[in-house]
Structures are given as C-alpha cells and as structure tokens.
Design a protein around this ligand. Sequence first.
Ligand code: PDD
Length: 288
Amino acid sequence: LKKLYPMRTVYLNGEYVLEKDAKVSIFDRAFLFADAVYEVTTVLKGKLVDFDNHMKRLKRSMKELHFEPTLNEKNILKFHRELIKLNNLEEGVIYLQVSRGVAERDFAFPKETELTVSAFTQKKDLVENKSAQKGISVITIEDLRWKRCDIKTIQLLYPSMAKSEALRQGADDAWMTQNNYVMEGSSNNAWIIRGKTIYTRQTDNLILSGVTRAAILSVAEELGYKVIFKQFTTQEAESADEAFVTSATTFVTAVVKINNHRIKDGKPGVFTQELRKAYIKQALKTLK
Ligand code: PDD
C-alpha cells in the first residue's frame, strides 16, 4: 500500500485496529465474488454529512442482495464517530464496507454467514478543492456495467477501467453512456444545464441514486431552478451551457470539457458555482 496516510486505525468486525493488523479471510465473499456493499460518507468539521441517508441506502443495498439484516445503525454511527476521533479526521471521508461474510466458495448465497464489516478514514480537501476550482474534463465511454447499478456494490472494475481510460486520454473522469445517453460518471452523478434548466437522468436500476444528488435537488428547488429528470445525449452534454458531477467526494464539481468540446468558456459555470456553495452550506446543516 502506497503510504498516502500515516498508519490509521481502522474498524473491523467490532474492533479498532491498526491498518496493518486488519486481516480478512481469503474466503470472504467480498474477495471471491465482490459480494459486498459500501458507503462513502463525507466528513466536514470532524462530523458526518447526511449520515441518515447513507444508512438508508446501505439498508436498501443489503436488502436487494438478501443480506442478513443484522446491522445496527446506532452502532455504525458510533464506530464512524470513533474512527473520526481516533484518526483526528477533520475533513475527508469514511469508507464503510459490508460483505456477506466468509463461506466456502459456492455461487449460491450461503446460509447465515456473519457479515464482515470494515471501515476506514481518508483525509481529503473537499471544500477547498483544486479540481472544483478549475473544473474537470470528462470523456464519454460505453457503459458496460451490469444492470443493477442502483445497488452500491463493490463490483467496481468497469468504472475503474473507465476512469483509467479517461486518465490515459488526458481527461479527469469518464461519463458512461448507453445508446448515446449519458448514464452517470465513474463514481458520481452527471448533470447538465441548458438555458435555465437543469437536467439529470431519472433514477432506476441503471444508475446509483446519489445521496448528494438528492440533496442538490432540494438545494436547486430552494434556489428556484427548474430540474428536469430526463436522460440527455452525449451531444446535448457537449453543447450544454454548464455541466457538473455530484458525489460525496466531489460535492458539486464543474465539468468544463466533454470529449473535445469545451463547455462555454471552459470555466466553472455561474449556476454550478452557486449550487456548490449552496450545497456546502446545506451539508453543514446535516452534520452528525
Ligand atoms: N461514489 N454514481 C456512482 C456510480 C457512484 O459510485 C457514486 C458515489 C455516485 C454518487 O453518490 P453519492 O452522492 O451518494 O456519493 C453516483 C462514491 C463516492 C465512491 O465510490 O467513492
């Protein structure tokens, strides 16, 4: 592991251990089948942003995969807070993973496994962020993922390939498309603005319903913007007035180039900047 962080204390199955001591079985279904779900929760001012909505989505993901519903939300909140404290985290994220657990390798779901629950912190500059200040460039790439992207599983190889291809082409990220319609970013939701209207794709089984996306919808409404839930094409995105992505790690980050098309003057748009500001303000109200 590249030493990005000083030795952290991480959480594994009820215990706080140094990251070097956190060990999971090679028979864990996360390792063998990517049979695990996750959440990434923002930390600002040493507190959790939108925690309740992350828990709601986690429960849904687990239910869709028929995991034993044995997780206790209060306990999850407790160890999230404890990790923040133990690692002196002011700003960044907590990654939480819940795996179906350890069982002999078999495609069928095993009966009554104990969930493997792990979590760790990552320190990041989220508010004063260089990418957000400059905006990012994206390429579009065919969406070759499975058709249950509404479940937040750790099966992330294709998004990882897509992002790596974007970097190889000198861009920052990839927007994945199906039949020329933009679905979402490799790890964020995609939005465009044309005139005074904001467009974001409707949520269904093909994209993740972002916690940040939901927050932006209420922020946009408060600011009096019109939002239309409709998928848009690559060309509509390329010729948009503004474009941006949303996620727990990017908040609202302007997209200033799509493929070889500069979005307007190539700088973060006015509405996008306003939404980012309003989102951060709103996020600070949800701290837990
Ligand atoms: N990704 N779409 C995809 C495919 C994602 O992976 C994510 C989040 C989102 C945005 O969801 P939210 O607003 O709840 O963060 C949309 C996280 C940040 C990740 O994998 O690191």
